[in-house]
Design a protein around this ligand. Structure first.
Ligand code: AMP
Ligand code: MG
Length: 379
């Protein structure tokens, strides 16, 4: 195995991921305090009958029914009475227990428990979860769906703040709608916008850009109100690979360019003001793999969520040879928990990519059959 041909200073993938994560601003949540007790009144936790536990199994006269959302002051459970009550309804005055409907016998306008009730049965007491003024969420907590619910509970939910706007633009003079044999269609654009859509972004697929620095610069400067521009192509060493120099001329901060990964080495990430540019390589498998690695991270950060950990582990059914000095991510099927490397799977091999369930991580030097490796699911 040779360690000589690749640049030894290529940025390791995990460092590139962390660098991107740390470079992006996370919207931080303010601290959230309870505006009222949670729950604000004692509530029924089962459908049943609200009654006075001290009256045991004796029959009571049913005064009526309380549904969730009903004002409980409609009723007062005085001795000898009860009120039918549904889950989520507030407990009427006088009642201190719920007997579930399954344990109730109906006798005309009376009800009789078949069990001995105890005070507090099937009642969620006022303030059980929080008292008014309690700290519910410390400032700066990452957002997740449960915390969105908590914000909504407190009347603080802002739905408009949730979707990140992403634009996708391929680059390359060879990309045309009706290709002659020396030309191709833009497959990366639809692929990357589908991925961004799957990841919950608001996506706009733009027409492919020609390999012309001025056009590229104009597209970057007039990106509009998007947060992430995903490009593909034009980031390697070719004479038409203009994106890195155009970004530099515009004064962008290059977060990294070139990572220690096969395929996908030319990967570029840059900040142009507030705009994150993910400059993916043009080869479809490289573009897809890098998008799978970097886009979920960027979206999570910009949405204020915790850093996602997409890695899983499974054994390889067969040994994978790998002579290069960059880690290889190879397309595999995942069959009953075992990774089966697909034949082929080079950086331009969309046919194999479309058969893959995952990309498996193969260290330089190769990996033995049965070895546990980390893998990333395709989306
Ligand atoms: P590049 O990174 O621009 O040098 O492109 C590398 C390879 O990927 C070339 O063979 C390109 O023709 C191909 N390629 C670039 N962009 C696309 C695209 N949008 N769809 C399909 N193939 C592409
Ligand atoms: Mg190109």
């Amino acid at each position: 195995m040779s360690m000589s041909c690749d640049q030894p200073d290529l940025l390791p993938l995990d460092e590139a991921l962390t660098r991107l994560w740390e470079a992006l601003p996370a919207p931080s949540l303010p601290s959230v305090r309870a505006g009222r007790d949670d729950p604000a009144m004692a509530l029924a936790t089962m459908d049943g009958v609200a009654l006075r536990a001290s009256e045991g199994r004796s029959p009571r006269r049913n005064l009526g029914t309380l549904f969730a959302g009903d004002d409980p002051s409609l009723f007062e459970v005085v001795p000898g009475t009860a009120v039918r009550i549904m889950t989520g309804a507030a407990l009427p005055a006088g009642a201190d227990a719920i007997v579930p409907v399954e344990a109730i016998e109906a006798l005309g306008d009376h009800v009789r428990p078949r069990i001995d009730p105890s005070p507090g049965d099937h009642v969620r007491p006022r303030g059980e979860h929080a008292k008014a003024g309690d700290l519910l969420l410390a400032a700066g907590a990452p957002l997740n769906a449960a915390r969105v619910a908590l914000l909504a509970m407190e009347g603080l939910f802002q739905p408009a703040a949730r979707r990140i706007r992403v634009a996708v633009a391929s680059t390359g003079n060879e990309l045309v709608a009706v290709p002659a044999p020396h030309q191709i269609r833009d497959s990366n654009g639809p692929m990357l916008s589908a991925l961004a859509h799957t990841l919950g972004a608001e996506v706009e697929l733009r027409p492919a850009l020609p390999d012309d620095p001025a056009t590229l610069a104009a597209a970057l400067v007039h990106a509009g109100d998007i947060r992430i521009l995903i490009t593909s192509g034009g980031v390697s060493m070719g004479e038409h690979d203009h994106l890195p120099s155009v970004l530099k001329e515009l004064g962008a901060t290059i977060l990294f360019h070139k990572i220690r990964l096969k395929p996908g080495k030319p990967m570029l990430a840059a900040l142009l003001g507030d705009l994150l540019v993910l400059g993916l390589p043009g080869n479809p498998v490289s573009a897809y793999l890098n998008a799978l690695l970097f886009l979920p991270l960027a979206l999570a950060r910009l949405e204020g969520r915790t850093r996602p950990d997409p890695w899983r582990h499974a054994p390889l059914r067969v040994a994978v040879k790998h002579k290069g000095d960059r880690p290889l991510m190879h397309p595999c099927r995942l069959v009953e928990g075992v990774l089966e490397p697909l034949p082929g799977g080079g950086p331009a091999d969309l046919v194999t990519l479309a058969k893959a369930d995952v990309f498996a991580w193969v260290e330089p030097g190769g990996t033995a059959a049965g070895a546990q490796v980390r893998y990333l699911s395709v989306l």
